[in-house]
Write a protein that binds this ligand. Structure first.
Ligand code: DX5
Ligand code: ZN
Length: 225
């Protein structure tokens, strides 16, 4: 299975966002992880579609780069933002299972707008919730499952190792599904994530606060093999 390192731009210097993104991709980052927070679903406020749109445009015009924009929507009513994120250039739209009453309709809407679909699960949410919508197993309908390994809201928190049970369980049931872990992932924790079955690793602090981004990403990739 292909592994992805997804640097979380939450830990980048927002005043130099495009340059930071360009540099982190050059350092070996595979996909840009864009953390969208609305101050309701989580107690923090970050960025929305207008900033993504400017970033996508600048990356194209100044750096001739079509990056993969993995957007993690930590927002109430994710339905409201599908259109804007698609128009802004999002590649993937990951919503929280806790934030929507009708994930099946939401998944269809996201696909209808040409984006890949991810579904995310907070630490306190049992995996069984994803199977609780009528007869529909949500994980069988998406491109990616995001298992939060911290409480969503902030970068720089400590990794919650017990969340890897969820990763193991998903991997057992879905051998081919992309499984992303997000929160506290670093050179110290990535190996256990990979062994549990994750293949997409979000890292904010561990990469952007490192002295040598390329060396850190290379080390993470080697540990995840
Ligand atoms: C947390 C975000 C994460 C965060 C990870 O709510 O979803 O993507 O940026 O940051 P680190 O890697 O610093 O834990
Ligand atoms: Zn995230």
């Amino acid at each position: 299975m292909v592994n992805f390192i997804s640097p979380s731009i939450l830990s980048s210097d927002f005043a130099n966002l495009a340059e930071e993104c360009y540099n982190v991709l050059n350092a070996g980052g595979d996909r840009l992880h864009v953390d969208v927070m609305d101050g309701h679903f989580v107690p923090n406020l970050t960025l929305g579609a207008p900033i993504l749109k400017s970033l996508v445009k600048r990356m194209k015009e100044k750096y001739a780069t079509n990056a993969y924009y993995d957007c993690h929507l930590m927002v109430a009513e994710p339905e409201k933002w599908v259109k804007d994120f698609a128009a802004a250039g999002a590649s993937m739209f990951t919503f929280h299972i806790e934030a929507t009453k009708d994930p099946v309709a939401l998944i269809q809407t996201i696909r209808g707008h040409g984006m890949a679909v991810g579904v995310s699960i907070k630490p306190g949410t049992p995996l069984s919730v994803t199977a609780g919508f009528g007869k529909t197993d949500i994980l069988s309908m998406v491109d990616l499952a995001l298992v939060m390994t911290v409480e969503p809201g902030f970068g720089g928190q400590s990794f919650m190792g017990d969340m890897l049970d969820k990763v193991r369980e998903i991997r057992k049931r879905y051998p081919d599904l992309e499984i992303q872990v997000d929160g506290g992932v670093s050179v110290d924790t990535i190996k256990q994530c990979a062994e549990a079955g994750a293949n997409n690793f979000v890292a904010g602090t561990a990469i952007f606060k490192a002295e040598d981004w390329a060396a850190t990403i290379a080390e993470m990739k080697a540990l995840a093999k």
